[in-house]
Design a protein around this ligand. Structure first.
Ligand code: SAM
Length: 235
């Protein structure tokens, strides 16, 4: 399957695993773009809340219909035994919003390489300092792999602000767990290349952060509703 499918499959497996270890009720999808992850979340038993967040309002308006219930959701086996609340929100991963609190899992698929330096710098505080999910998953391109794209000039996408090597990504992840010592991280790859290219790693890099203890108190953090609500659906 194409690498983007492989990424969603890996993320779905993480949701399934998470269910076995303490539940996976509330999921945030930062940089949700076309809200494609929704189909994988929707079929994951036990998920009660899904927040799709992106900074691009026009994109969200175009794709928000993807979270609408289908006729199947109202009949027969489509019936849910638990509530399922979906919100599509316009805002930045760098800014805290009160609706993000209490998330079990935060996902950011191919997001960080689209961030300007200031947002990249502010993201860790929002995710690891404020939201403090049980799990946070990030994926990003592996620039070591780019030599295999023979026609590539520059980055894989025009909007990428950087593409990191495995060493650079590992360094970013290690630095975060130094700053937020209640987290540990596993770094890996998704989408291997052809035989003989193993030394370049996979096309996509993935980092999974796990919170080790309970959440720290959020004493003097001001957290309001600052994101713009685009759509809210209660299944
Ligand atoms: N996660 C998507 C998926 O699974 O298909 C792909 C992400 S797309 C490559 C990158 C997205 O990040 C874009 O939709 C862009 O608007 C969004 N983005 C850029 N800066 C952002 C920010 N500061 N906060 C939230 N989203 C942002």
């Amino acid at each position: 399957p194409p690498v983007y499918h492989q990424r969603y499959n890996v993320i779905s497996r993480i949701f399934e695993e998470k269910k076995l270890h303490g539940g996976c009720k509330k999921i945030i999808d930062f940089g949700c773009a076309e809200i494609a992850l929704f189909n994988y979340v929707k079929n994951c038993v036990g998920v009660e809340e899904y927040l799709a967040v992106d900074i691009d309002e026009e994109l969200l308006n175009r794709y928000a219909c993807r979270v609408n219930p289908l006729p199947f959701d109202y009949i027969g086996t489509g019936n849910r035994c638990c509530p399922f609340n979906v919100q599509v929100l316009c805002g930045s991963v760098a800014d805290p919003d009160v609706r993000l609190l209490g998330a079990d899992v935060v996902v950011a698929i191919e997001l960080i390489e689209h961030l300007y330096p200031e947002a990249l710098e502010d993201l860790p505080f929002n995710i690891f300092g404020v939201i403090q999910p049980d799990l946070a998953v990030f994926t990003t391109p592996n620039s070591d792999f780019n030599v295999l794209f023979t026609n590539l000039i520059g980055f894989r996408h025009d909007d990428h602000k950087f593409e990191w090597s495995r060493d650079q990504f590992r360094c970013w992840a290690d630095n975060l767990v130094t700053r937020y010592p209640n987290y540990e991280v596993e770094v890996g790859g998704v989408g291997p290349g052809p035989p003989g290219t193993e030394h370049l790693g996979c096309s996509t890099q993935i980092a999974i952060f796990f919170r080790k203890g309970g959440r720290a108190a959020l004493d003097d953090i001001k957290c309001e509703e600052i994101y713009k609500l685009i759509r809210k659906i209660e299944y």
